[in-house]
Design a protein around this ligand. Sequence first.
Ligand SMILES: NC(=O)c1ccc[n+]([C@@H]2O[C@H](COP(=O)([O-])OP(=O)(O)OC[C@H]3O[C@@H](n4cnc5c(N)ncnc54)[C@H](OP(=O)(O)O)[C@@H]3O)[C@@H](O)[C@H]2O)c1
Length: 232
Amino acid sequence: MVELINKVALITGASGGLGNFVTEAFLATGATVVGVARSIQPSAFAHPKFVAMPADLSKGEATKQMVDAAIQRFEKLDVLVHVTGGFAGGELIDNTDDVTWDKMMNLNLRSAFNICRAVLPHMRKAKRGRVIAIGARSAVEPKAYLSAYCASKAALVSLIRTAALEGKEDGITANVLLPGTMDTPANRADSPSADFSKWVPPAKVASLALWLASEEASQVSGALIPVYGAGL
Ligand SMILES: NC(=O)c1ccc[n+]([C@@H]2O[C@H](COP(=O)([O-])OP(=O)(O)OC[C@H]3O[C@@H](n4cnc5c(N)ncnc54)[C@H](OP(=O)(O)O)[C@@H]3O)[C@@H](O)[C@H]2O)c1
């Protein structure tokens, strides 16, 4: 069992389908969790070590202000789990509109850029840190009709691998988990007739995130970890 007592983890997208599991998993280790989403409330997790910090991560200045407030309160951030992201598509590249493109780039890439840009200076100063980002299988196996989604997740992978290289001398690791379709309430609602047993349980993705934050994973950086489950 991973113990992260006295550690502070900032988890973006904490209120979402996967973020819920990641937040519960980190709280169970004894870590303090700063949960971030645009509309997150303190009541989202009934735990004394949960703190809600609402922010729109597509906005650089708002992201920096939120991270600065977290640092002011806790004096450090040991772990960043960047879960925020989303999905859109269904059209050929030819018919993909600017709205879809910008939405995917903002949600999946710019949010990661903004949160890394805000958190990394503090980790660099502390000479330690763990960055764990949630990509997607489509980041390395693009699919037709999902150009904006796949391109944004592929760029996220590149950003996080760069963070791994730049963190090398400062005790910072950075890794990306690549889930296949997960068994979330939203996916069940969207595809009620699918075989849910083929989908990845979000709790398994949360466990891997936890492991990457643990002492055991101190030598793992720049990794892309497939989590494709029974649907492989
Ligand atoms: N679901 C899948 O099958 C699947 C498969 C592969 C990869 N993934 C990836 O896994 C991650 C989690 O997926 P999920 O299904 O759990 O997503 P989700 O349920 O839609 O949750 C998204 C979370 O991000 C927050 N968020 C959205 N926009 C934001 C913004 N601008 N600033 C700050 N927070 C924002 C949402 O809260 P607010 O709306 O309150 O901001 C929510 O907490 C994503 O990166 C997704 O791409 C998912």
